[in-house]
Design a protein around this ligand. Structure first.
Ligand SMILES: [Zn+2]
Ligand SMILES: [Zn+2]
Length: 267
């Protein structure tokens, strides 16, 4: 039996362009499900070609979190985060904006290649090229990005799966090794994103091979997120992931406070 508090570190409300529910309704649902902590991670990207560009009303978002944090005190902890798309595009400008935001947590994600959505980027390309380019973007992000964790590290499989199938870990092991080494050096964690279990690929992001390699290299910082865009998906498959992590050998999962990682012991 595993006893551990349930937390969700990847949640989109309707402050994200594609989120369905209001922050208050998500909190209500999280309390109902018995979660002890949730972190909102709204989409944020300063590339004018990205779908989320200029969508987030940050001040309003921040005010709501502050207010609800107070009114739900003792019931559930609420954290304020962002999911930054392409943190290396317009990096200096982004860092200036972020430095005034007082965030708890930042996920770094690659949703676009060459300013194009992954789904569109893969058209008329070869399998090897698309996965390789995607992992190169992740490598650039982990070397240069101001982020706390790498979001859905092998997300490309969501888009490439139907057309090309999944990638073979062996084919990209060297590049993935470099990504994980660099993440560990820079104290950047890995997000386990369970939304892949709801996608056609039916696998978590990243794959178990990547999680095991991260562990074998000495990596410790793991966060777990449902990537829910609706209340219905909150904390989905959380305990399955805890069990998986425990079996691999991980001692902790992590939450964040003002961008500092805090371990929760897996018992
Ligand atoms: Zn989204
Ligand atoms: Zn994402």
């Amino acid at each position: 039996m595993i006893t551990i508090e349930i937390i969700d570190y990847h949640i989109h409300s309707n402050f994200s362009f594609d989120g369905k529910n209001e922050i208050k309704d998500i909190i209500e649902k999280a309390v109902e499900l018995g979660l002890s902590e949730i972190c909102f991670t709204e989409h944020f990207c300063i590339d004018p070609e990205d779908v989320s560009y200029n969508f987030l009303n940050y001040n309003e978002y921040s005010n709501q979190i502050l207010k609800l944090k107070e009114s739900y005190k003792g019931k559930i902890k609420i954290k304020k985060g962002l999911e930054i798309g392409e943190p290396c595009v317009f990096k200096e400008e982004l860092n200036n904006i972020i430095s005034n935001m007082d965030l708890d947590f930042m996920i770094g994600s690659i949703h676009n290649i060459n300013h194009k959505k992954l789904r569109l980027y893969i058209e008329n390309k070869q399998k090897d090229e698309i996965y390789h380019t995607y992992f190169l973007y992740i490598y650039d992000m982990v070397r240069n990005g101001n982020i706390d964790v790498i979001g859905h590290l092998d997300l490309m499989k969501r888009y490439a799966f139907l057309q090309f199938g999944n990638y073979s870990f062996k084919d990209f092991e060297d590049l993935i090794y470099n990504i994980l080494k660099c993440a560990i050096e820079r104290n950047i964690g890995i997000e386990i994103n369970t939304s892949g279990l709801r996608d056609k690929v039916n696998e978590i992001y990243p794959s178990i091979d990547i999680i095991k390699l991260y562990y074998n290299l000495g990596g410790e910082i793991i966060t777990i997120g449902s990537d829910s865009h609706s209340c219905d998906d909150l904390a989905k498959n959380y305990l399955d992931i805890i069990e998986l992590l425990k079996n691999i050998g991980f001692k902790y999962i992590f939450k964040y406070e003002k961008r500092k990682p805090l371990g929760i012991l897996i018992k």
